[in-house]
Design a protein around this ligand. Structure first.
Ligand SMILES: *Cc1c(COP(=O)(O)O)cnc(C)c1O
Length: 489
């Protein structure tokens, strides 16, 4: 390997059998990185590219082994320039949370314990922790007590799981067993979603055999919210098996479908299932002050969400909530001779998710919920929303900043001087400067900047520094434009 490009601590080899010493040294590396997060440059340093990283990390397939500490110290040194500080309180790209300390530490233990968390027989420890965390989540997010919970890798798999449960239920009511007979020859299922559905839901629709084009797209408003009157009209007088997909938290605006009204429309249909993609917006349910934004979420048949976004646990982690536990298990359970029967009361983790062998995802969730408590989760969600509003107010002081959304949640969407090229230049300048990180989008035809506040540790000072970085980038972009070296308009 091209070690001369590494700025590595000299890798004093350690006895290969001394794993505890390896872990202690690794913990020191990890602690140093962790301590650097609040003040670390958020985006990549100028000049870092795939090629500069390859120079440190690439090489021929190693033919012989290397001692573990050399591997770890060189991996850390080689990859560090290519890491983006996504867990920074000023990382505002996509919708990405950090990791609360107990969840981070529990994640380490999860690896050391190395449990295959498929079932109670294999690991009662992992199974019981999931069971307890599932019950806490149902209460925290104000679902009906009988709601079943699957611990997935994220909202994409949660969407997949919820849709599979819905597919089972609507086809069973139509006299078809989709688990036995598949979709070929099955009664057609109608799929209805808002026009601003997330790309991940489209993927999940493909995975359950519906195809992207099957979804009938209902019109949406300026916040990306589904037109419920159009939905009601689309459902009216129809009887075929139907899955309706609503959304809590449009990824650009944070816009929340009126799930209560959507649920009314769905309830009037004889065979419809309501699935909600609430990847981040669902977390408003954890706050008594914000819960009204998601009213009706407990009437949905299935709800998908992420834990690595707004619960702030390390990647990867999400949940699916299903009201009809039998449909959930029918879609995801497996039967094989060597598996123990699941007697009514006993919760088997694998019966609620696509995978069989899997990481003990319950540990980090349990740890985060205990560290924060219900009040702490609510406070975190409310504070992130307040910081999003604070950023929006700070930006609005510039008359050229046009806010494109109502900041109801944790997302701020805006453009600058109504100018797409200038707006893109502002994004590039913020990313290069390093105080904060944010990304761009095109929403309803407008090139815009997205700011998402999803980190447990974003405080007023961070919000103000983000505003300062954005406003400096706006000034820089305008100045470059005036002097002729900015992007061409
Ligand atoms: C992030 C997101 C998803 C996808 O979640 P993953 O965790 O990436 O699988 C789905 N829907 C919405 C609305 C999202 O914001």
């Amino acid at each position: 390997m091209a070690n001369e490009t590494l700025d590595a601590t000299p890798a004093a080899a350690i006895d290969a059998t001394d794993t505890p010493e390896l872990l202690r040294r690794t913990a020191e590396l990890a602690a140093a990185y962790q301590a650097s997060i609040p003040d670390r440059r958020v985006g990549l340093a100028p000049g870092v590219t795939g090629d500069t990283l390859r120079a440190a990390l690439d090489g021929p397939l190693p033919q012989t082994g290397t001692d573990a500490w050399t591997v770890i110290s060189e991996l850390a040194a080689g990859v560090e320039p290519g890491l983006v500080t996504m867990n920074s309180p000023r990382y505002h790209g996509f919708v990405i949370g950090g990791a609360v300390p107990a969840a981070l530490a529990a994640d380490w233990l999860t690896s050391v314990w190395d449990q295959n968390a498929a079932m109670m027989l294999a690991t009662p420890g992992a199974a019981v922790v999931e069971e307890v965390a599932a019950r806490w989540l149902v209460e925290l997010l104000a679902f009906a007590p009988e709601t079943t919970v699957g611990f997935t890798s994220g909202a994409t798999m949660s969407n997949f799981t919820g849709l599979a449960a819905g597919r089972h239920a609507v086809l069973r009511r139509a006299g078809w067993d989709v688990e036995e007979d598949g979709l070929i020859g099955a009664p057609p299922i109608r799929v209805i979603a808002g026009a601003d559905l997330h790309a991940s839901l489209q993927e999940a629709l493909r995975y359950v055999g519906f195809g992207r084009r099957r979804a009938e797209r209902m019109p949406t408003d300026d916040e990306g919210r589904m037109d419920v009157a159009a939905l009601a009209a689309a459902l009216s007088g129809r009887t075929e098996p139907t899955i309706v997909c609503a959304q809590l938290g449009e990824v650009n605006t944070g816009g929340l479908d009126q799930v209560d009204r959507v649920a009314d429309a769905v309830a009037a249909h004889p065979n419809a299932w309501l699935h909600v993609d609430g990847a981040f917006g669902l977390w408003a349910a954890a706050s008594p002050r914000l819960r009204h934004l998601v009213a009706g979420h407990d009437r949905a048949d299935s709800v998908a969400t992420d834990a690595h976004k707004w619960l702030n646990v390390p990647y990867d982690s999400g949940f699916v909530f299903v009201r009809d536990g039998a449909a959930h298990r029918a879609a995801m359970g497996a039967t094989a001779a060597y598996l123990p029967p699941a007697p009514g009361q006993q919760r088997e983790p694998f019966e609620y998710v696509p995978e069989m062998s899997r990481r003990g995802r319950g540990f980090v969730v349990y740890a985060a919920l205990r560290e924060l408590g219900a009040a702490g989760v609510a406070e975190m969600v409310e504070r992130d929303c307040a910081m999003a509003s604070r950023i929006a107010r700070g930006l609005a002081a510039d008359p050229g900043v046009r806010l494109l959304n109502e900041v109801v949640l944790n997302q701020v969407l805006f453009d600058v001087d109504g100018d797409a090229d200038l707006t893109r230049d502002v994004i590039a300048r913020v990313q290069a400067e390093g105080t904060a990180w944010l990304g761009g989008t095109t929403f309803h035809g407008t090139v815009a900047i997205r700011v998402s506040v999803s980190n447990w540790d974003t405080r007023e000072d961070d919000a103000d520094r983000t505003v300062g970085a954005i406003r400096a980038a706006i000034d820089g972009a305008r100045e470059a434009r005036r002097s002729g070296d900015g992007p061409k308009g």
